[in-house]
Write a protein that binds this ligand. Sequence first.
Ligand SMILES: [Zn+2]
Length: 167
Amino acid sequence: MAIMPVVKMDNPVLHQKAKKVRKIDGSIQKLIDDMIDTMHDIEGVGLAAPQVGVPLQVVVIQMPDEEDVITLINPEIVKTSEESEEMTEGCLSLPGYRGDVKRFTSITVKARDREGKPIRIKGEGLMAQALQHEVDHVNGIVFVDHLESMDKLEKTEAEDEEESGSI
Ligand SMILES: [Zn+2]
């Protein structure tokens, strides 16, 4: 078990497009395991490799109360709903803040799983939000980039930090 430090918003790795994984070898398996350990340690809903300082297109997501971790390698959005809605969002790389971001209510992502098998995941609600947040991360986009200005960021109270800083 290895917990990796989560990089903060001022780190350039969060603002550049991550590289596609060409070969899913032992080092990628170890990265996935360490990312899952890290996500569990900080009680996050999802984590993208750039958030642990690794510029590769790898994402792990686990919905609250779900046992299964979804691993997405080289994820790409293939379909979105017409509707979108403002959703309150935070990021593990910006603890203590949240903002309202417009997200599609439903979304389909294609990727490879950790065995390299092509998969498609359709998500709605929190899952759709997490998928968009994490696919953004591997493309060098963070949620504050979607805000009109940094003034739209809200400071969260200490007691609901866990809830708000979860992706
Ligand atoms: Zn994030």
